[in-house]
Design a protein around this ligand. Structure first.
Ligand code: HEC
Ligand code: HEC
Length: 331
Protein backbone atom coordinates (compact mmCIF):
# COMPACT_ATOMS: atom_id res chain seq x y z
CA UNK A 1 0.00 0.00 0.00
CA UNK A 2 2.70 2.39 1.16
CA UNK A 3 4.95 1.37 -1.70
CA UNK A 4 2.19 1.87 -4.18
CA UNK A 5 1.47 5.37 -2.85
CA UNK A 6 5.17 6.15 -3.09
CA UNK A 7 5.44 4.94 -6.65
CA UNK A 8 2.33 6.91 -7.60
CA UNK A 9 3.94 9.97 -6.00
CA UNK A 10 7.18 9.40 -7.91
CA UNK A 11 5.28 8.84 -11.13
CA UNK A 12 3.41 12.08 -10.73
CA UNK A 13 6.63 13.97 -9.98
CA UNK A 14 8.18 12.49 -13.11
CA UNK A 15 5.09 13.34 -15.11
CA UNK A 16 4.97 16.88 -13.71
CA UNK A 17 8.62 17.55 -14.45
CA UNK A 18 8.26 16.06 -17.90
CA UNK A 19 5.34 18.43 -18.33
CA UNK A 20 7.30 21.50 -17.15
CA UNK A 21 10.33 20.37 -19.10
CA UNK A 22 8.14 19.89 -22.13
CA UNK A 23 6.82 23.39 -21.73
CA UNK A 24 10.18 24.95 -21.00
CA UNK A 25 11.52 23.17 -24.05
CA UNK A 26 9.08 24.90 -26.41
CA UNK A 27 11.21 27.24 -28.53
CA UNK A 28 8.48 29.89 -28.46
CA UNK A 29 7.16 31.49 -25.27
CA UNK A 30 3.96 33.48 -24.74
CA UNK A 31 4.08 37.27 -24.85
CA UNK A 32 3.48 38.89 -21.49
CA UNK A 33 1.04 41.77 -21.19
CA UNK A 34 2.75 44.99 -20.15
CA UNK A 35 1.84 47.42 -17.40
CA UNK A 36 3.37 50.82 -18.20
CA UNK A 37 5.79 52.11 -15.55
CA UNK A 38 5.05 55.73 -16.37
CA UNK A 39 1.57 56.21 -17.90
CA UNK A 40 2.00 59.99 -18.29
CA UNK A 41 5.16 59.46 -20.35
CA UNK A 42 3.40 56.83 -22.45
CA UNK A 43 0.55 59.28 -23.19
CA UNK A 44 3.03 61.95 -24.28
CA UNK A 45 4.93 59.43 -26.39
CA UNK A 46 1.70 58.38 -28.06
CA UNK A 47 1.00 61.99 -29.08
CA UNK A 48 4.52 62.34 -30.49
CA UNK A 49 4.18 59.05 -32.36
CA UNK A 50 1.09 60.39 -34.13
CA UNK A 51 2.31 63.98 -34.59
CA UNK A 52 3.26 64.79 -38.24
CA UNK A 53 4.68 68.12 -37.10
CA UNK A 54 7.87 66.22 -36.23
CA UNK A 55 8.46 66.11 -40.01
CA UNK A 56 9.52 68.88 -42.41
CA UNK A 57 6.34 68.44 -44.46
CA UNK A 58 4.07 68.47 -41.41
CA UNK A 59 2.52 65.40 -43.02
CA UNK A 60 4.55 62.34 -42.02
CA UNK A 61 4.37 60.82 -38.55
CA UNK A 62 5.77 57.58 -37.18
CA UNK A 63 2.27 56.20 -37.74
CA UNK A 64 2.49 57.00 -41.49
CA UNK A 65 4.94 54.14 -41.97
CA UNK A 66 4.18 52.12 -38.83
CA UNK A 67 0.41 52.31 -38.99
CA UNK A 68 -1.07 50.86 -35.81
CA UNK A 69 -4.30 50.08 -37.66
CA UNK A 70 -2.28 47.77 -39.94
CA UNK A 71 0.01 45.74 -37.70
CA UNK A 72 2.52 48.58 -37.19
CA UNK A 73 3.64 48.65 -40.83
CA UNK A 74 2.75 50.46 -44.08
CA UNK A 75 2.06 47.28 -46.08
CA UNK A 76 4.28 48.64 -48.86
CA UNK A 77 7.30 46.98 -50.42
CA UNK A 78 9.46 49.88 -49.29
CA UNK A 79 8.29 53.02 -47.51
CA UNK A 80 7.41 56.41 -48.98
CA UNK A 81 9.35 59.26 -47.38
CA UNK A 82 9.50 63.06 -47.67
CA UNK A 83 8.63 64.33 -51.17
CA UNK A 84 7.32 60.87 -52.12
CA UNK A 85 10.84 59.47 -52.05
CA UNK A 86 11.13 55.74 -52.55
CA UNK A 87 12.63 54.16 -49.44
CA UNK A 88 15.44 51.60 -49.72
CA UNK A 89 13.98 48.95 -47.43
CA UNK A 90 10.76 47.47 -46.05
CA UNK A 91 9.41 48.99 -42.81
CA UNK A 92 9.45 46.40 -40.03
CA UNK A 93 6.59 46.37 -37.54
CA UNK A 94 6.86 48.38 -34.33
CA UNK A 95 4.69 45.79 -32.58
CA UNK A 96 6.74 43.87 -30.00
CA UNK A 97 9.86 45.74 -31.19
CA UNK A 98 10.95 46.18 -27.55
CA UNK A 99 11.86 42.47 -27.67
CA UNK A 100 14.40 42.92 -30.49
CA UNK A 101 18.08 42.43 -29.59
CA UNK A 102 18.69 45.68 -31.52
CA UNK A 103 16.70 47.90 -33.88
CA UNK A 104 16.70 48.12 -37.71
CA UNK A 105 17.29 45.28 -40.16
CA UNK A 106 21.03 45.62 -39.58
CA UNK A 107 20.81 46.36 -35.85
CA UNK A 108 22.46 49.77 -36.10
CA UNK A 109 20.42 51.22 -33.21
CA UNK A 110 20.87 49.56 -29.82
CA UNK A 111 17.35 50.16 -28.54
CA UNK A 112 14.05 51.97 -29.14
CA UNK A 113 15.29 55.25 -27.66
CA UNK A 114 18.36 55.24 -29.90
CA UNK A 115 16.16 54.35 -32.87
CA UNK A 116 13.48 57.02 -32.36
CA UNK A 117 15.71 59.99 -33.21
CA UNK A 118 16.68 58.46 -36.56
CA UNK A 119 13.57 58.88 -38.74
CA UNK A 120 12.93 62.51 -37.69
CA UNK A 121 16.30 63.60 -39.08
CA UNK A 122 16.51 61.09 -41.94
CA UNK A 123 16.26 63.10 -45.21
CA UNK A 124 14.51 60.14 -46.86
CA UNK A 125 11.91 59.82 -44.13
CA UNK A 126 10.70 62.80 -42.06
CA UNK A 127 13.52 65.05 -43.40
CA UNK A 128 13.58 67.38 -40.37
CA UNK A 129 16.30 68.18 -37.84
CA UNK A 130 16.09 67.46 -34.13
CA UNK A 131 16.43 71.20 -33.38
CA UNK A 132 13.53 72.16 -35.67
CA UNK A 133 11.31 69.35 -34.37
CA UNK A 134 11.96 70.32 -30.75
CA UNK A 135 11.39 73.98 -31.74
CA UNK A 136 7.92 73.10 -33.03
CA UNK A 137 7.05 71.33 -29.77
CA UNK A 138 8.35 74.20 -27.62
CA UNK A 139 6.19 76.67 -29.57
CA UNK A 140 3.07 74.88 -28.30
CA UNK A 141 2.28 75.67 -24.64
CA UNK A 142 0.12 72.57 -24.15
CA UNK A 143 3.07 70.37 -25.19
CA UNK A 144 5.46 72.34 -22.97
CA UNK A 145 3.15 71.79 -20.00
CA UNK A 146 2.99 68.07 -20.72
CA UNK A 147 6.79 67.78 -21.01
CA UNK A 148 7.07 69.69 -17.73
CA UNK A 149 4.64 67.29 -16.05
CA UNK A 150 6.56 64.22 -17.28
CA UNK A 151 10.18 65.41 -17.13
CA UNK A 152 10.04 68.35 -14.69
CA UNK A 153 11.80 70.70 -17.15
CA UNK A 154 10.45 73.89 -18.75
CA UNK A 155 11.67 73.19 -22.28
CA UNK A 156 11.57 69.97 -24.24
CA UNK A 157 14.70 68.49 -25.82
CA UNK A 158 15.29 65.59 -28.21
CA UNK A 159 16.29 63.30 -25.36
CA UNK A 160 12.86 63.68 -23.77
CA UNK A 161 11.17 63.20 -27.15
CA UNK A 162 12.94 59.89 -27.79
CA UNK A 163 12.40 58.75 -24.18
CA UNK A 164 8.66 59.36 -24.49
CA UNK A 165 8.31 57.71 -27.91
CA UNK A 166 10.25 54.66 -26.67
CA UNK A 167 8.03 54.46 -23.56
CA UNK A 168 4.96 54.41 -25.83
CA UNK A 169 6.50 51.81 -28.13
CA UNK A 170 7.21 49.54 -25.16
CA UNK A 171 3.45 49.27 -24.65
CA UNK A 172 2.93 48.00 -28.22
CA UNK A 173 2.96 44.30 -27.34
CA UNK A 174 0.43 41.77 -28.63
CA UNK A 175 -0.35 39.09 -26.02
CA UNK A 176 -3.18 36.53 -26.06
CA UNK A 177 -2.73 35.15 -29.56
CA UNK A 178 -4.36 31.78 -30.13
CA UNK A 179 -0.91 30.23 -30.20
CA UNK A 180 -0.11 31.71 -26.76
CA UNK A 181 -3.38 30.35 -25.41
CA UNK A 182 -2.34 26.94 -26.69
CA UNK A 183 1.14 27.30 -25.14
CA UNK A 184 -0.51 28.13 -21.83
CA UNK A 185 -2.48 24.90 -21.93
CA UNK A 186 -5.68 25.58 -23.85
CA UNK A 187 -5.45 22.55 -26.11
CA UNK A 188 -8.54 23.58 -28.06
CA UNK A 189 -7.02 26.89 -29.12
CA UNK A 190 -5.46 25.38 -32.27
CA UNK A 191 -6.93 23.26 -35.05
CA UNK A 192 -5.28 20.02 -36.18
CA UNK A 193 -3.90 21.78 -39.25
CA UNK A 194 -2.39 24.60 -37.18
CA UNK A 195 -0.80 22.12 -34.77
CA UNK A 196 0.64 20.15 -37.69
CA UNK A 197 2.03 23.42 -39.02
CA UNK A 198 3.72 24.18 -35.71
CA UNK A 199 5.26 20.69 -35.58
CA UNK A 200 6.60 21.15 -39.09
CA UNK A 201 7.88 24.64 -38.25
CA UNK A 202 9.72 23.18 -35.25
CA UNK A 203 10.91 19.90 -36.69
CA UNK A 204 12.16 21.23 -39.98
CA UNK A 205 14.33 23.84 -38.25
CA UNK A 206 12.55 27.20 -38.64
CA UNK A 207 12.95 27.63 -34.87
CA UNK A 208 16.74 27.67 -35.21
CA UNK A 209 16.25 31.35 -36.13
CA UNK A 210 12.62 32.17 -35.26
CA UNK A 211 12.37 31.48 -31.53
CA UNK A 212 11.65 33.21 -28.22
CA UNK A 213 8.53 35.21 -27.33
CA UNK A 214 8.76 37.31 -30.51
CA UNK A 215 9.44 34.26 -32.75
CA UNK A 216 12.44 36.18 -34.07
CA UNK A 217 14.27 39.39 -33.23
CA UNK A 218 16.99 37.51 -31.33
CA UNK A 219 19.80 37.11 -33.87
CA UNK A 220 21.25 38.21 -37.18
CA UNK A 221 21.29 35.54 -39.86
CA UNK A 222 22.23 35.26 -43.47
CA UNK A 223 19.35 35.55 -45.92
CA UNK A 224 20.08 32.74 -48.37
CA UNK A 225 22.00 30.36 -46.17
CA UNK A 226 21.67 27.34 -48.48
CA UNK A 227 20.82 29.09 -51.73
CA UNK A 228 21.35 32.73 -52.71
CA UNK A 229 18.42 35.14 -52.42
CA UNK A 230 17.39 36.61 -55.76
CA UNK A 231 16.71 40.33 -55.20
CA UNK A 232 17.03 43.68 -56.96
CA UNK A 233 17.63 45.43 -53.62
CA UNK A 234 21.12 46.77 -52.99
CA UNK A 235 20.88 46.49 -49.21
CA UNK A 236 23.78 44.42 -47.87
CA UNK A 237 22.54 43.96 -44.30
CA UNK A 238 25.03 43.95 -41.43
CA UNK A 239 27.91 44.23 -43.93
CA UNK A 240 26.76 47.79 -44.59
CA UNK A 241 27.89 48.56 -41.03
CA UNK A 242 30.91 46.32 -40.54
CA UNK A 243 32.24 46.23 -44.10
CA UNK A 244 32.90 42.52 -43.59
CA UNK A 245 32.14 40.17 -46.45
CA UNK A 246 30.96 37.52 -43.97
CA UNK A 247 28.14 39.88 -42.92
CA UNK A 248 26.78 40.34 -46.43
CA UNK A 249 23.02 39.65 -46.57
CA UNK A 250 22.91 39.16 -42.81
CA UNK A 251 19.72 40.69 -41.44
CA UNK A 252 17.99 40.71 -38.10
CA UNK A 253 15.64 37.74 -38.08
CA UNK A 254 12.23 39.42 -38.13
CA UNK A 255 9.56 38.67 -35.55
CA UNK A 256 6.78 36.43 -36.87
CA UNK A 257 4.25 37.77 -34.38
CA UNK A 258 1.26 39.26 -36.30
CA UNK A 259 2.97 38.22 -39.52
CA UNK A 260 -0.37 37.81 -41.32
CA UNK A 261 -0.75 41.61 -40.98
CA UNK A 262 2.78 42.71 -41.86
CA UNK A 263 3.02 41.85 -45.57
CA UNK A 264 4.89 42.23 -47.86
CA UNK A 265 7.78 40.18 -46.47
CA UNK A 266 11.59 40.31 -46.33
CA UNK A 267 13.85 43.38 -46.21
CA UNK A 268 13.05 44.15 -49.85
CA UNK A 269 9.33 43.42 -49.51
CA UNK A 270 9.93 40.81 -52.19
CA UNK A 271 7.22 38.33 -51.13
CA UNK A 272 3.59 39.46 -50.92
CA UNK A 273 2.07 36.28 -49.56
CA UNK A 274 2.90 34.06 -46.61
CA UNK A 275 2.81 31.03 -48.89
CA UNK A 276 5.57 32.56 -51.00
CA UNK A 277 7.60 33.62 -47.94
CA UNK A 278 7.40 30.13 -46.38
CA UNK A 279 8.36 28.48 -49.68
CA UNK A 280 11.39 30.79 -50.02
CA UNK A 281 12.45 30.25 -46.39
CA UNK A 282 12.24 26.47 -46.80
CA UNK A 283 14.35 26.47 -49.95
CA UNK A 284 16.88 29.19 -49.05
CA UNK A 285 17.39 28.66 -45.33
CA UNK A 286 16.81 24.93 -44.96
CA UNK A 287 17.31 23.48 -48.42
CA UNK A 288 13.85 21.96 -48.23
CA UNK A 289 11.00 22.09 -50.70
CA UNK A 290 7.64 21.89 -48.96
CA UNK A 291 4.54 20.45 -50.59
CA UNK A 292 1.50 22.70 -51.07
CA UNK A 293 -0.15 21.00 -48.13
CA UNK A 294 2.85 21.52 -45.87
CA UNK A 295 3.02 25.19 -46.82
CA UNK A 296 -0.69 25.54 -46.02
CA UNK A 297 -0.06 23.97 -42.60
CA UNK A 298 2.82 26.30 -41.74
CA UNK A 299 0.85 29.33 -42.95
CA UNK A 300 -2.12 28.25 -40.82
CA UNK A 301 0.22 28.06 -37.81
CA UNK A 302 1.77 31.48 -38.57
CA UNK A 303 -1.70 33.05 -38.57
CA UNK A 304 -2.26 31.86 -34.99
CA UNK A 305 0.53 34.25 -33.95
CA UNK A 306 -1.73 37.28 -34.39
CA UNK A 307 -2.24 38.71 -30.92
CA UNK A 308 -4.38 41.31 -29.26
CA UNK A 309 -3.57 44.57 -31.05
CA UNK A 310 -2.78 47.69 -28.98
CA UNK A 311 -6.07 49.24 -28.04
CA UNK A 312 -6.12 52.90 -27.08
CA UNK A 313 -7.89 56.17 -27.66
CA UNK A 314 -6.58 58.06 -30.66
CA UNK A 315 -4.61 60.99 -29.20
CA UNK A 316 -5.87 64.51 -29.84
CA UNK A 317 -2.86 66.71 -30.55
CA UNK A 318 -2.55 70.23 -29.13
CA UNK A 319 -3.00 72.82 -31.92
CA UNK A 320 -0.11 74.88 -33.25
CA UNK A 321 0.15 78.52 -32.18
CA UNK A 322 0.95 81.75 -34.06
CA UNK A 323 4.61 81.12 -33.19
CA UNK A 324 4.77 77.54 -34.51
CA UNK A 325 7.03 77.27 -37.59
CA UNK A 326 4.96 76.45 -40.69
CA UNK A 327 5.23 73.05 -42.36
CA UNK A 328 7.05 72.80 -45.73
CA UNK A 329 5.34 69.98 -47.59
CA UNK A 330 6.70 70.83 -51.07
CA UNK A 331 10.15 71.52 -52.48
C1 HEC B 1 9.04 57.15 -44.10
C2 HEC B 1 8.67 55.95 -43.37
C3 HEC B 1 9.06 55.88 -41.91
C4 HEC B 1 8.80 56.78 -40.91
C5 HEC B 1 8.14 58.14 -41.03
C6 HEC B 1 9.27 56.17 -39.69
N1 HEC B 1 9.79 54.94 -39.94
FE1 HEC B 1 10.46 53.62 -38.58
N2 HEC B 1 11.21 52.49 -40.04
C7 HEC B 1 11.00 52.69 -41.39
C8 HEC B 1 11.85 51.79 -42.14
C9 HEC B 1 11.92 51.69 -43.64
C10 HEC B 1 12.59 51.04 -41.18
C11 HEC B 1 13.66 50.02 -41.47
C12 HEC B 1 14.95 50.78 -41.73
C13 HEC B 1 16.19 49.91 -41.66
O1 HEC B 1 16.16 48.87 -41.02
O2 HEC B 1 17.20 50.30 -42.24
C14 HEC B 1 12.12 51.50 -39.88
C15 HEC B 1 12.54 50.94 -38.66
C16 HEC B 1 11.96 51.26 -37.45
C17 HEC B 1 12.13 50.52 -36.22
C18 HEC B 1 12.96 49.27 -36.04
C19 HEC B 1 12.11 48.04 -35.98
C20 HEC B 1 12.92 46.78 -36.09
O3 HEC B 1 12.36 45.70 -36.01
O4 HEC B 1 14.14 46.86 -36.32
C21 HEC B 1 11.42 51.17 -35.25
C22 HEC B 1 11.28 50.77 -33.81
C23 HEC B 1 10.83 52.32 -35.87
N3 HEC B 1 11.16 52.34 -37.21
C24 HEC B 1 10.10 53.29 -35.21
C25 HEC B 1 9.79 54.53 -35.77
C26 HEC B 1 9.40 55.72 -35.03
C27 HEC B 1 9.28 55.79 -33.52
C28 HEC B 1 9.17 56.71 -35.94
C29 HEC B 1 8.78 58.14 -35.68
C30 HEC B 1 9.75 58.93 -34.92
C31 HEC B 1 9.40 56.11 -37.25
N4 HEC B 1 9.81 54.82 -37.11
C32 HEC B 1 9.20 56.77 -38.45
C33 HEC B 1 10.14 53.59 -41.95
C34 HEC B 1 9.69 54.72 -41.28
C1 HEC C 1 18.97 30.49 -40.77
C2 HEC C 1 17.96 31.31 -40.14
C3 HEC C 1 16.52 31.17 -40.58
C4 HEC C 1 15.76 30.03 -40.71
C5 HEC C 1 16.21 28.59 -40.48
C6 HEC C 1 14.45 30.45 -41.09
N1 HEC C 1 14.40 31.80 -41.19
FE1 HEC C 1 12.75 32.90 -41.69
N2 HEC C 1 13.91 34.55 -41.75
C7 HEC C 1 15.26 34.62 -41.47
C8 HEC C 1 15.78 35.91 -41.86
C9 HEC C 1 17.20 36.40 -41.73
C10 HEC C 1 14.69 36.61 -42.40
C11 HEC C 1 14.74 38.00 -43.03
C12 HEC C 1 15.28 37.87 -44.43
C13 HEC C 1 15.20 39.12 -45.26
O1 HEC C 1 14.40 39.99 -44.95
O2 HEC C 1 15.92 39.22 -46.25
C14 HEC C 1 13.53 35.74 -42.30
C15 HEC C 1 12.24 36.09 -42.68
C16 HEC C 1 11.12 35.29 -42.58
C17 HEC C 1 9.78 35.69 -42.89
C18 HEC C 1 9.35 37.08 -43.34
C19 HEC C 1 9.02 37.94 -42.14
C20 HEC C 1 8.92 39.40 -42.46
O3 HEC C 1 8.26 40.09 -41.69
O4 HEC C 1 9.51 39.88 -43.43
C21 HEC C 1 8.97 34.60 -42.68
C22 HEC C 1 7.47 34.53 -42.87
C23 HEC C 1 9.83 33.53 -42.25
N3 HEC C 1 11.12 33.98 -42.17
C24 HEC C 1 9.39 32.24 -41.96
C25 HEC C 1 10.27 31.17 -41.81
C26 HEC C 1 9.86 29.79 -41.86
C27 HEC C 1 8.45 29.30 -42.03
C28 HEC C 1 10.98 29.05 -41.71
C29 HEC C 1 11.12 27.54 -41.79
C30 HEC C 1 10.69 27.01 -43.06
C31 HEC C 1 12.09 29.97 -41.56
N4 HEC C 1 11.62 31.24 -41.64
C32 HEC C 1 13.40 29.57 -41.35
C33 HEC C 1 16.01 33.61 -40.91
C34 HEC C 1 15.64 32.28 -40.90
Amino acid sequence: MKLRALSVAIMSVVAASAWTLGRAAEPIQPIKAIKPKNPAMVELGKKLYFDPRLSLSGFISCNSCHNLSMGGTDNLQTSIGHNWQQGPINAPTVLNSSMNLAQFWDGRAADLKAQAGGPIANPGEMAFTHELAVGVLNSIPAYKAEFKKVFGKDTANIDMVTDAIAAFEETLVTPDSRFDKWLKGDKKALTAQEKAGYELFKNSGCTACHYGPAVGGSSFQKMGLVKEYDTKSKMAGVAGLTGKDADRMKFKVPTLRNVEMTYPYFHDGGAWTLEEAVDIMGKLQLGRTYSKEEIAQIVAFLKTLTGKQPDFKLPILPPSTNDTPKPKPFG
